[in-house]
Write a protein that binds this ligand. Structure first.
Ligand SMILES: [Cu+2]
Length: 492
């Protein structure tokens, strides 16, 4: 007898059993909540192939949620349980990760932690209590490695907004933006801007070590490890100029919720003549909401920002990189009564410094323990791909061994030291962390679940071990994650 059937019998559901049995034969009712296995789900997600029309002559076939890209916007209420049915119509077992939520291992959506797979041509019903409030997202969580049709290279990305118990602030309306590239190709060198972070302070020892390792590899005749580039770029699944414009009225305050849904890319966003008042990072309100002329989002980062529409016209809101914008990374903002060709002007130069949104921290709360992590790159070491290591260990998907052991209730500091010249948007599952030191500068009060660690820089974040169970830490750059850049925490 299957687990599912035994559970149903124990709940005394003989009457409902025959009707329910075919439906639940492949399901795995999970979570403690009574009744989660009965009745209709609050949301149903179907993983399957779909067509995405980025532009009339740019229609791509990829794996999607509910046949659309982005996946449906899911609105949850903070603290109010949801039941979600996830059907997998593909030939491959799947994981659906609820990024940025403090939920149990069983539903988090990471096999490394022990979340059961959604079987190929099967389904899982899950139930969980959403939180914390704010902008989250959901995405597939596999390691496709060299297969650029798999994982987050495809269309399995959607936005989650968890409505807070209290209203977040004054605005006239909300607009959700999903930034995403398609048609990935392997290349031998990145062209991404790596020079936008502040402070720019590098740690000399990390730089010397990283440069020496790289020189030695090249001297042995190794090529540079593969990178990924894209030919198509989109906002909300449409290339610039091919979706509906965002229509605004002069004087309006528009709250943008922006998700970087990329598998590998760091994105920037500017709107000529306007500023962004950043009110939340990764969905969490910031202590100091200030105005900035542009936004930068590492892979999987989110920003909520209010734009006061005080510069009438027809504008391109887009990426600073001309090539990426020309290939679709932008959206038109059109004021009522204004017509003409959308205009783009390059904004003045500006460095992205997380600590601007924090509060000064003369006395940062001391952690119970500090965990040191050093990130290293082994150039082109794995079939031409760079292999990534944390404290000299590349994560093994076969062994899945926890590297760090936590004690419940303790406050931990991660001191991350990047001995490579890449920026790594690192992510901690099932917890939020507080930024405490960015490239030598102390800060406090900024709660996030992804942080960009600059090339040869050091970043410190603190978190409280308050959500027991295996917890995955990884770089959110898909190529880095798939080739070693992961580690598991568990709770003793
Ligand atoms: Cu990385």
């Amino acid at each position: 007898m299957s687990m599912a059937r035994r559970e149903l019998l124990q709940r005394g559901g003989m009457v409902a059993l025959s009707a329910a049995l075919s439906r639940f034969a492949q399901a795995q009712p999970v979570g403690s909540p009574q009744g989660a296995a009965q009745g209709a789900a609050d949301h149903t997600i179907r993983i399957g192939n779909g067509l995405v029309e980025l532009a009339p002559d740019r229609i791509i076939s990829t794996t999607t949620y509910n046949g659309q890209f982005p996946g449906p916007l899911l609105r949850f209420k903070e603290g109010q349980q949801v039941v979600v049915d996830i059907h997998n119509d593909t030939d491959t077992p799947e994981q659906l990760h609820w990024h940025g939520q403090t939920i149990p291992v069983d539903v988090d959506g990471a096999s490394e932690e022990g979340t059961p797979f959604i079987p190929a041509h099967g389904m899982r019903r899950i139930a969980f209590t959403p939180g914390p409030a704010g902008l989250r997202f959901y995405h597939t969580h596999l390691t496709p490695g060299a297969d650029l049709s798999g994982g987050q290279y495809g269309g399995q990305v959607g936005t989650v907004y968890i409505d807070p118990k209290n209203d977040p602030g004054r605005h006239d309306r909300e607009v959700f933006l999903m930034l995403k590239e398609f048609q990935p190709v392997l290349s031998r060198g990145g062209d991404m801007d790596m020079d936008f972070l502040a402070p720019a302070t590098r740690v000399k020892a990390l730089e010397e070590a990283g440069e020496a390792t790289m020189r030695a590899s090249l001297a042995q005749g190794m090529p540079h490890g593969f990178e990924v580039g894209y030919s198509l770029f989109s906002i909300n699944g449409r290339m610039l100029g091919h979706g509906d414009p965002i229509r605004v009225n002069a004087g309006e305050r528009v709250l943008f919720h922006i998700v970087n849904g990329s598998a590998t890319e760091i994105r920037s966003l500017a709107l000529p003549g306007h500023t962004f008042e950043v009110i939340a990072l990764d969905g969490n309100p910031v202590p100091t909401p200030i105005r900035v002329p542009m936004l930068w989002l590492g892979t999987a980062e989110r920003i909520s920002a209010v734009v006061e529409m005080n510069h009438p016209g027809v504008w391109v809101m887009g990426d600073l990189a001309d090539d990426d914008r020309a290939r679709g990374m932008g959206v038109v903002i059109e004021y009522a009564g204004k017509t003409g060709k959308p205009k783009w002007t390059k904004p003045p130069s500006f460095k992205w410094d997380y600590s601007r949104f924090g509060r000064a921290a003369p006395n940062v709360q001391a952690p119970d323990e500090t965990i040191d992590m050093t990130f290293t790159k082994n150039n082109a070491a794995n079939q031409g791909f760079n292999e990534w290591r944390i404290n000299d260990v590349a994560f093994s998907m076969e062994k899945m061994q926890p590297m760090f052991h936590l004690r419940q209730g303790k406050r931990y500091r991660l001191r991350m030291r990047n001995a490579s010249d890449d920026i790594h948007p690192v992510h901690l599952h099932r917890h939020s962390f507080e930024l405490t030191r960015i490239a030598g500068k102390t800060t406090a009060g900024i709660m996030k679940d992804v942080v960009m660690v600059g090339g040869y820089q050091e970043v410190e974040v603190d978190f409280v071990a308050d959500n027991p169970g295996r917890t995955l830490f990884h770089c959110h750059q898909q190529l880095h994650m798939d080739f070693g850049f992961m580690a598991l925490f568990d709770y003793a």
